[in-house]
Design a protein around this ligand. Structure first.
Ligand code: S3P
Length: 189
């Protein structure tokens, strides 16, 4: 059977999950493999705002940043055929999980606190982890967000798995979900 993943008009693959779970790295890799366009909502927010994420947080606060993320999902994502990596908090505010799910097949990546801590060290795009004790911040945010992440998409655990292995796992999940989705859609004449 021909892979659904390589078709331009197939549903978007959307990667959600906490900071440092590898959404962008995996998204780029899958987009290359499937010859699809890749979008990163953090980059789209920066374009929309004309400012860096750090500056948006510093000058306008988190609420404004979340409003920009919503705008990106509502208006700037293609309807299909793309691979999209979401900012770590994008699916958390009320209604955002549902909105994101209406735009494609959502896979949520998970990783241990140690892995997240290692991967997020010293990145200015992550103002929420700034300060003396990023580990405590990660634990606290993770606890608050866990339910939202579980609800947003199909969970994939990334610890101890290479990028290559994750590509295979997510591809399998995507293929299964995309086929089910296409089957459930009424056929157009
Ligand atoms: C955030 C995650 C970041 C970025 C912003 C807020 C969050 O994206 O959107 O700093 O609330 O978890 P990454 O997950 O790409 O680091």
């Amino acid at each position: 059977m021909a892979p659904v993943a390589n078709k331009e008009d197939s549903p978007n693959l959307i990667l959600a999950g906490f900071m440092g779970t590898g959404k962008s790295a995996l998204g780029r890799q899958l987009a290359k493999r499937w010859r699809r366009r890749f979008y990163d909502t953090d980059e789209l927010v920066e374009k929309l705002a004309g400012a860096s994420i750090a500056d948006v947080f510093a000058e306008h606060g988190e609420e404004h940043f979340r409003a920009l993320e919503r705008q990106v999902v509502e208006s700037l994502l293609p309807p299909n055929g793309a691979v999209i990596a979401c900012g770590g908090g994008l699916v958390v505010p009320p209604g955002m999980g549902e909105l994101v799910r209406s735009k494609g097949i959502v896979v949520t990546l998970f990783a241990s606190v140690d892995t997240i801590l290692r991967r997020t060290a010293g990145n200015s795009r992550r103002p929420l982890l700034k300060g003396d004790d990023p580990e405590a911040k990660i634990r606290d945010l993770m606890k608050k967000r866990e339910q939202a992440y579980m609800k947003a998409g199909i969970a994939v655990y990334t610890d101890g798995r290479s990028l290559q292995q994750l590509c295979v796992i997510v591809e399998r999940v995507y293929e299964r979900e995309a086929r089910a989705l296409l089957k459930s859609r009424p056929k157009s004449e």
